[in-house]
Design a protein around this ligand. Structure first.
Ligand SMILES: CSCCC(=O)C(=O)COP(=O)(O)O
Ligand SMILES: [Mg+2]
Length: 237
């Protein structure tokens, strides 16, 4: 344990503050089934047209028509590909669901409780997820615990860089204006945790019982946010 208090917590969403099951079984199918209709209705809007063009560029096939692009994006959903244009479109489609009340942001109760507690204690909170910033604000903005977006000082998605690249964490620490060793990154993905550690962050792996963490990863492990509080005895600003 370091003697330097943690000044900020940077948290992943899927597998950390929210179950993988919610993302895979609720959010992804919601977007997948509505994708074709959404693109038909909004495909000419600049943000949507740009995301479709980015997807074609990423796939290396700029000749794809609209149906072909939808099929490509659906295959990326099935493969859980964390591609920025797909994440942009998913966020836009989920927005309709959250606003109409058919989607509710599923946040673990311990995450909601301890995020609020840490914020009250003066720890700054940030999100870093493959989901778009819009999707992040929607999931935290529509929870059974109310609007949790007010707890956060900033939101980062893959437009800052891939989650497995140490440079992304260095960029986030710059924006937060903190030395990386004063920041704690929480994730269920050890490749992400390795990248954060390489950038100088402190790290804790979340083991929510949905995936098996690889052996020998070397990150402290917590099964919920109350254990993080105990593990990081210096989690006081
Ligand atoms: C913002 S909720 C949807 C999350 C999502 O689309 C995703 O791919 C989850 O990735 P994470 O980086 O939060 O594990
Ligand atoms: Mg995750």
């Amino acid at each position: 344990m370091s003697s330097h208090p943690i000044r900020a917590v940077l948290t992943d969403i899927e597998g950390t503050t929210s179950s993988i099951a919610f993302v895979k079984d609720v959010l992804f199918p919601f977007a997948r089934t509505r994708l074709a209709g959404y693109v038909a209705e909004h495909g000419d809007e600049p943000a949507v047209a740009a995301a479709l063009a980015d997807a074609r560029r990423l796939a290396g096939d700029e000749t794809l028509d609209r149906d072909g692009t939808v099929a490509l994006l659906q295959s990326w959903i099935d493969a859980d590909r964390k591609a920025t244009p797909l994440k942009t479109l998913q966020g836009l489609i989920w927005e309709d669901g959250y606003r109409s009340g058919s989607l509710k942001g599923d946040i673990y109760p311990d995450a909601a409780e301890f995020l609020a507690r840490w914020r009250n204690e003066g720890v700054a909170l940030y999100v870093y997820s493959s989901g778009s910033v819009l999707a992040q604000k929607l999931i935290f903005g529509h929870t059974e615990f109310g609007d949790l977006t007010v707890l956060f000082s900033g939101f980062f998605d893959t437009t800052v860089g891939p989650k497995t690249d140490h440079a992304s964490y260095a960029a986030i620490a710059e924006v937060a204006d903190l030395p990386p060793f004063r920041m704690l990154f929480l994730s269920d993905n050890t490749a992400e945790l390795d990248a954060a550690r390489e950038a100088g962050f402190r790290t804790i792996a979340l083991d929510r019982g949905e995936v098996v963490l690889p052996e020998g990863h070397g990150h402290p492990v917590a099964t919920n946010f109350s254990q993080i509080d105990a593990l990081e005895g210096t989690l006081k600003a």
